[in-house]
Design a binder for this molecule. Structure first.
Ligand code: NI
Ligand code: MN
Length: 225
């Protein structure tokens, strides 16, 4: 499995020849100017919630690629009504897609579209594909529900928000990594604006001090999982 970081919470996941895109907010991110949205491949687009900083480029990419959108009921319904192909999941539910299995798990946040439409409840996902298992937390606070995840999964990687203000910060992400029992963490949802700026060196050190690894990927770079 190969992970590519497109800035903020946007990720590409390549596994067994399939391309997944997670929370595509790229053209609105000044830090992600090097990423060409019109050249991104996508067979599937996974959305954690309806906020603009997670769905901004979704429609353009899905129109061009014909990707299947995986999202909660309200987000799926919103895009279905616009003519997009969607697969709806809800909490506790899993489904086998061509690339692997996806389970929708709890996130503590909110989810409203830019136009005011109710986007249902925000979610995280656990992805099992290519022999690896990763947790995509989405936008969330630290929550006790994270402790349920290791009852079912042995994670290879946890992708956690770390920027604070809208989500967990580094300190809470450190505790989240205990809750989900995964010491290898990719940080997301940081540095995009002044509200979510973090100190890279200090953040990595906090993880290293607990024998954990915080990976802060360069935008456009890959990580082998
Ligand atoms: Ni959000
Ligand atoms: Mn967000």
């Amino acid at each position: 499995m190969k992970l590519t970081y497109f800035g903020h919470s946007a990720l590409g996941i390549e596994v067994d020849g399939f391309h997944l895109l997670v929370d595509p907010f790229i053209s609105g991110n000044p830090l992600a100017k090097s990423i060409r949205v019109d050249s991104l491949e996508a067979d599937f687009i996974l959305l954690t919630h309806a906020h603009y900083d997670h769905v901004m480029d979704m429609e353009d990419i899905a129109k061009r690629t014909g990707a299947l959108i995986i999202a909660n009921h309200e987000v799926a319904k919103y895009y279905q009504e616009k003519g997009f192909k969607c697969h709806e999941l809800n909490f506790g539910g899993s489904w086998n897609f061509d690339f692997g299995r996806v389970k929708m798990v709890y996130a503590t946040h909110s989810s409203t579209f830019l136009d005011g439409t109710n986007g249902g409840n925000p979610a995280g996902y656990v992805l099992e594909a290519g022999g690896k298992t990763i947790y995509l937390a989405g936008d969330t606070a630290l929550t006790m529900d994270m402790k349920l995840i290791p009852l079912f999964f042995k994670l290879d990687l946890a992708v956690l928000p770390i920027g604070g203000n809208f989500t967990m910060d580094v300190e809470e992400a450190l505790i989240a990594s205990d809750f989900v029992e995964c010491d290898r963490v990719v940080g997301i949802h940081y540095d995009t604006s002044d509200l979510v700026k973090i100190d890279h060196k200090e953040s990595k050190k906090r993880f290293a001090d607990k024998d954990k690894e915080l990976i802060l990927m360069e935008i456009g770079s890959d990580l082998k999982v």
